[in-house]
Design a protein around this ligand. Sequence first.
Ligand code: 5GP
Ligand code: MG
Length: 179
Amino acid sequence: MQKIITLHDLRFEPYLTKAAILAQVQKMGAAIQKDFQDKKPVFLAVLNGSFIFAADLARACEIDLETTFIKLSSYHGTASTGEIKEVIGLDVDLKNRHVVIVEDIIDSGQTLYEFIPKLEGMGPASISLAVLLLKPDAVKYEFDIPYLGFEIPNKFVVGYGLDYNGLGRNLEEIYQLVE
Ligand code: 5GP
Ligand code: MG
C-alpha cells in the first residue's frame, strides 16, 4: 500500500525506497573509490539539499578524501549579467586538487552551469560530478556526469535531503509530488 504524506499544502507518494537509494549510492561510491585511489579527492557538497547524500556517499568510499560544504546563494546582478551564484563557505584551497561536486539534483542545470566556471577558475586538477538525481526532460545544459544515481521524470521530489519549503529533508525515502 502506498503511504501518501502531506507537507504544507502538497501531497507526496513514495518513489525511491531507502534500499534502492543506498544501493545506488554504494555503487557510486565504489566507482569514485576506484577512480580516485591515492588522489585524496575533495568532495564539494552543495548545501542544503546534498547533506544526507554527501554523508552516505563519503562513507561509501573507503579512501582518503576530504568533504567540505558550500552554499550557492543567488542574487540579481546587473541586467546584462543576470543572476549570479555567489559561493559561500568554501574553506579548502582547491588548487591542484581533484574535486568531486556532490549535488542532490540537477533540474534545469542552471546552478551547476554557473558554478562550474567559477570552480575552474580556482585551478583544481580535475572536476567531476556526483549527482543523485537528474531530470533529463528539464535540464537545459549538457553535463558529463560520471557518477549518477537516477534519472527521474520532471516531477518535484522531496526526502533524503530534499525539501519542500523547508520540510521533508529528514524523510529516508524519496517521494514524488502527487499531481
Ligand atoms: P537547477 O534547476 O539549478 O538544476 O536546480 C537548482 C536547485 O533546485 C537544486 O539544487 C535543488 O535544490 C532544487 N530542486 C530542483 N528540482 C527539485 C525537486 O524536484 N525537489 C526539490 N526538493 N528541490 C529541487
Ligand atoms: Mg542542490
